[in-house]
Design a protein around this ligand. Structure first.
Ligand SMILES: [Zn+2]
Length: 327
C-alpha cells in the first residue's frame, strides 16, 4: 500500500512560474488547483507534518509562557504549516466564505472544481462527499472560497471518433521524437504540478530508446502497488488497450492535459469518474509489453507527449546531486 503521504521526500516549494503562465493568459487548468501536499511537501499525517505541527505547539507553549507573540523561529515553523485563520470579531459568528452551487445535469465534481478553481479534495471535504459518489441533480454543494456563481460545463464522455483516436494513440509506439512545443523546463525543481503516481526508481526515462521514442517514463515497483492520480481529473479511459500498454487509465486534466497510466494489473477507476489528486486508480502490473512489473506514465499536452519529469517534484537523489554540484 502506498499513500500520498509517502511523497514527503519532497522539499518545501516555491511558487512555480510555469511555461503555461508565460505563454498563456488562461489559467493553466492542470496547475491551477494544485494540492497543498505538492506545494509544501508536508503530506497530511506524514512524519514531517506531525513534526511541524508539534513544533508549532511547542512554539505556542513557549510563547504563552514567556508572553511573546511570536519568535522568528516560531513564525518560520508556522508558515510551513498553516496560516492562522482570521480571528472573528467578538460577538459575530465566523461564517466560512463560499457560495452554494446547485448541481445541474451532467455536472461532475471535477467540472465544478475546474470552474471554481477549487481542489476536488476541498469540495469533498466541505461537503463530506465520498470518492466516486456521483452527484445528484439539484444537490446543493458548498463551494469554499467562491464569491460568485460560475458557469460549469457538463461532463461528456468521448465521442466514438475521439475514443478511437485515443485507443490508436495508446496502441502505437512513437518512433520519432515529438516536435518540441515548448522550451524544456528546468529539470531539478522544487515546485511541482503533479504528484508521483507511485514511488519507485526511474527505470527508463522519457526520450529516444532503441531506435524508437519512449513517450513516457517507467517507474519500477512491485506488483499491485497502488497507482494514484497525479492530479485532479476525469477518467476518460479505463480499459485494456490492444497494444503494448496493456491495461491503462487515461485522465483528462482541464482542456489540454492528459496523463496515462499503463501496464496495470487491476483498474479501480471507472470511465467518467472524477478523481482527486492522490486517489487510487489501479494497481501496478505487467500487462501488455512489459518485462517485469512497472508503471509506464505519460503526460500529454494536446496529444503530444511531454517529459513527465518536468512536471513532477525532484526526487531526493536529484536534490542530493544538485546540492553536491553546488558545493
Ligand atoms: Zn514505458
Amino acid at each position: 500500500m502506498i499513500r500520498p503521504g509517502k511523497q514527503a521526500t519532497l522539499l518545501p516549494k516555491q511558487p512555480p512560474l510555469s511555461n503555461l503562465e508565460l505563454t498563456s493568459r488562461e489559467p493553466p487548468a492542470i496547475f491551477a488547483v494544485n494540492d497543498r501536499r505538492a506545494t509544501t511537501g508536508l503530506a497530511p499525517g506524514s512524519r514531517a507534518e506531525r513534526l511541524a505541527s508539534s513544533r508549532v505547539w511547542i512554539c505556542l507553549s513557549v510563547a504563552i509562557l514567556f508572553g511573546l507573540a511570536t519568535s522568528p523561529a516560531c513564525s518560520a515553523t508556522r508558515s510551513q504549516t498553516k496560516s492562522p485563520a482570521p480571528r472573528p470579531e467578538l460577538g459575530t459568528k465566523a461564517k466560512p466564505k463560499g457560495i452554494i452551487h446547485v448541481v445541474q445535469p451532467g455536472q461532475t465534481l471535477f467540472r465544478i472544481s475546474q470552474a471554481y478553481q477549487v481542489k476536488v479534495a476541498s469540495l469533498m471535504e466541505a461537503n463530506r462527499l465520498k470518492p466516486s459518489t456521483p452527484l445528484k441533480v439539484g444537490q446543493r454543494l458548498f463551494i469554499p472560497g467562491a464569491e460568485a456563481a460560475k458557469k460549469v460545463e457538463a461532463s461528456r464522455s468521448l465521442t466514438v471518433e475521439e475514443r478511437q483516436a485515443l485507443e490508436q494513440s495508446l496502441r502505437e509506439e512513437v518512433t520519432a521524437p515529438p516536435p518540441p512545443t515548448e522550451p524544456p523546463r528546468p529539470r531539478v525543481k522544487t515546485d511541482a504540478e503533479l504528484l508521483w503516481p507511485i514511488v519507485g526508481p526511474l527505470n527508463s526515462p522519457f526520450g529516444p530508446r532503441r531506435g524508437k521514442f519512449h513517450a513516457g517514463i517507467d517507474i519500477g515497483s512491485p506488483h499491485y502497488q497502488e497507482v494514484v492520480a497525479a492530479a485532479d481529473g476525469e477518467v476518460i479511459y479505463a480499459d485494456a488497450t490492444k497494444g503494448g500498454l496493456g491495461k491503462a487509465v487515461v485522465l483528462q486534466h482541464g482542456r489540454e492535459f492528459r496523463t496515462v497510466y499503463a501496464h496495470l494489473s487491476i483498474i479501480i477507476a471507472r470511465d467518467g469518474d472524477t478523481v482527486r489528486q492522490g486517489q487510487a486508480i489501479g494497481g501496478v502490473g505487467e500487462t501488455g509489453r512489459a518485462s517485469g512489473p512497472h508503471l509506464h506514465f505519460e503526460v500529454r499536452k494536446n496529444g503530444v507527449p511531454l517529459n513527465p519529469e518536468e512536471f513532477l517534484p525532484a526526487t531526493i537523489d536529484e536534490l542530493v546531486r544538485d546540492l553536491q554540484r553546488k558545493r
